[in-house]
Design a binder for this molecule. Sequence first.
Ligand code: PXG
Length: 291
Amino acid sequence: MSRIIYMNGDLVPEEEATISVFDHGFLYGDGVFEGIRAYDGRIFRLKEHIDRLYESAHCIMLDIPLTPEEMEQAVIDTVNANELSDAYIRLVVSRGKGDLGLNPKNCPGCQIVIIAGKITIFPEERYTEGIEAVTVPTRRNVVGALDPRIKSLNYLNNILAHIEAARAGAREALLLNSEGYVTEGAADNIFVYRRGILWTPPVYVGILEGITREAVMRLAREEGIPVEESPITRHDVYTSDECFVTGTAAEIMPIVEVDGRSIGTGKPGPLTQQLTRRYRELVVEEGAPLS
Ligand code: PXG
């Protein structure tokens, strides 16, 4: 079935939703994006995703000619046009059509695209059994070069990590920063539960400030679990009682083995399971209604 795509203010059939080969998103990865989910007729943390999109755009000096409220409405309209109540939403703002040569001044206006499609959910056994992760050779982008807090269209760092993990036979990649601290997965944030404290790396080590990460930190605190944002090493991960990654797509995914070391009992632990239950309740309770 053909999808309806939002293209700079118009809702058009996907066959008509085309981009110029001179778009700087295509030529240079010059742009920003968000991945958002709707659950049961509500868009989870829509405002937070839009705020992060505008922060990313601000940092790359990309002007978006819509207010954040107009962008929220555009997302809602796109999901409704596709008659979806559960959806995966990809919002992309590129520098727009320009010329050859990287000068963004040659791009008169940005290109805004919103795609809303059916969500492909991971097989349930990944949640019940957990998955293996490996630390990969490629280091996370250095904060002083391309800050991972910017969700830019240049995702090669993450794609290389993904390829390297897959070649090593693991479903998840863990990226270290240039100093060897653990940063995050290819498209997810990491948590470890060790000696009664839930640890997650702070943004300054070089991570995306994940919206699921924030929600999980809040849920854990509500459950009375102490949460610390502090740099963690491979040792902390290998010796943790529980480990999981969080993201819009994966939600909360248990990690049961890292670099051949089993984590805890080698099965998803009780805190991971408890937080997963709470998160699944939260996503259907909260969120911007579609109508
Ligand atoms: N780190 C990175 C590098 C990410 O790309 C996260 C952490 C988790 O952030 P959120 O805000 O989602 O909790 C991400 C998110 C996709 C896709 O299609 C990728 C993400 C989210 C949704 C879809 O690959 N990345």
